[in-house]
Design a binder for this molecule. Structure first.
Ligand SMILES: [Cu+2]
Length: 474
């Protein structure tokens, strides 16, 4: 009997079991050394999976080695080795390396900045310092957190007829927005702190969010056309990445992005003039831009027109976003960012206000209230088909445009990635109204919320039997 006699079944089995146990101990010990018990807890689910895979590979090795040995002839053994090499070459040749192994080390891309793969040293630093990250109990920005109006418009102008008249008179091209910004416009100070935190996408499912002011979306800013905006941006000491802010409301290279790149611990101040009214997205634009946005770095800024917007009873702030995780939807534990899924525009979660149920149960109104919703879309891949089930938008500011034609009586409106819309409607009937991205499978990924309307039911508007069917079928 030689040293390598695979006919000695117990000996082979013991050798493989010892390799498996030693491998497991090395992995567990390494993780404990790297990030302690906290890291171990976060990685519990993938560790169970890896343990299972290790068992399967050990058993398969046993089977394969026994098979090769029992064939006795060397050419038979060599043919099996050739088979394995051949299959490996076939699956790897399309991208020059095994596709499955691209993440997280390297994902090939051709954008203006770095590729979407996270730098490996940042991944290691993240795991080493995981216990030092701020834990946010609720990442969702409250949709009620909308500052009060600066100016309120007395009566709504009929912009549709005004525009039609201008078009009919042929003088439209002469109608230009005021070129000189308002003299004596106020200087308004905005403060942004970029922080990288741990918070839940859904109960038990944790993600390393990158945020403005520790919520997703970031704060809702309200300024006025003609204002000078002074922005202070601080990158938290605990951040692992540079961040900045690009205001779509700003005019100039990078929309502020070129003058606001801050390293961890750094603070910068810049100013811009609010030259155009409208509802605008702001977001982090440090390369890789899509990666920063897909971690939660977006929000809305409303530039009120000089004359203000019409008065309403309730204003809400909702922003759609996408989260790309290596785990499939519903998988518990700490979720790693998946650059490959992002490149394929395949978000694991599509959410309103940062997480699943981010707005559910938070927006309340009374029958007769006029509601205005400021709706943004951080993307990064998909436009939103924004719709409120059981309501018609009386007025839509299409793509959040101001000063042009308004849309009337709209069912579903488009919110482009990196864009916004404003919808207004009066709630005439009591009950719960569900807001959705009407590409409806996205509700399953989290893209829905509710507005609860209390008050008297008016049977002249809506009437019928609200009870559930006796034998519910699916
Ligand atoms: Cu950033």
């Amino acid at each position: 009997m030689t040293k390598y006699d695979f006919h000695n079944v117990p000996k082979l089995a013991w050798a493989l079991i010892i390799m498996f146990v030693v491998g497991s101990v090395v992995i567990v010990g390494g993780l404990l050394l790297l990030g302690g018990v906290e890291l171990f807890n976060f990685l519990r689910v993938p560790l169970i999976q890896a343990f299972g895979l290790g068992m399967a590979i050990t058993a398969a090795s046993f089977f394969l080695l026994r098979l090769i040995w029992s064939l006795k002839a060397a050419p038979m053994g060599i043919s099996i080795v050739f088979f394995i090499i051949g299959v490996s070459l076939f699956v790897s040749v399309s991208v020059g390396r095994l596709y499955a192994l691209q993440y997280p080390v390297y994902v090939e891309s051709f954008g203006p900045g770095f590729g979407p793969g996270l730098p490996i040293k940042n991944v290691i630093t993240f795991f080493r310092h995981i216990d030092q990250f701020t834990k946010v109990d609720d990442i969702a920005r409250d949709p009620n957190e909308v500052p009060p109006p600066i100016t309120v418009l007395e009566s709504e102008p009929d912009m549709n007829s005004a525009l039609s008249e201008l078009m009919a008179s042929g003088t439209l091209s002469q109608v230009e927005p005021e070129a000189t910004p308002e003299e004596g416009g106020e200087v308004r100070e905005l403060y942004l702190e970029t922080t990288e935190v741990l918070a839940e996408i859904a109960p038990g499912i944790t993600f390393n969010y990158w945020t403005f002011n520790k919520t997703v979306p970031g704060p809702f800013f309200r300024i006025r056309e003609g204002d000078i905006i002074k922005v202070t941006i601080k990158n938290s000491d605990s951040s692992l990445h540079n961040h900045n802010v690009d205001f779509h409301a700003a005019t100039g290279p990078g929309g502020g992005g070129a003058v606001s790149i801050v390293a961890p611990g750094e603070t910068k101040v810049f100013t811009f003039k609010a030259m155009n009214p409208g509802l605008f997205v702001y977001h982090c634009a440090v390369p890789n831009m899509a990666v920063h946005m897909a971690h939660g770095m977006y929000g809305l800024i409303l530039v009120e027109p000089r004359e203000g917007l019409p008065a309403v009873d309730k204003e809400f702030y909702v922003m759609q976003g996408e989260i790309y995780t290596t785990g499939t939807i519903g998988r518990r534990g700490l979720q790693a960012f998946d650059a490959k899924k992002m490149m394929q525009s395949n978000p694991t979660y599509i959410i309103f206000n940062g997480r699943t149920d981010g707005t559910v149960g938070k927006m309340k109104a009374e029958v007769g209230d006029r509601i205005r919703m400021y709706v943004g879309n951080g993307g990064v891949a998909h436009n939103s088909s924004f719709h409120v089930v059981g309501e018609v938008f009386d007025t839509v500011y299409p793509e959040a445009s101001m000063g042009g034609a308004l849309f009337k009586n709209v069912q579903t409106t488009n919110v482009p990635a990196g864009g916004a819309t404003i919808v207004e409607f009066t709630v005439d009937y009591t009950g719960t109204y569900v807001l959705v991205d009407h590409a409806l499978m996205r509700t399953d990924k989290g893209a829905w919320g509710t507005i609860e309307v209390t008050g008297q039911a008016d049977p002249t508007i809506y009437d019928g039997d609200f009870s559930k069917p006796k034998n519910t079928k699916y």
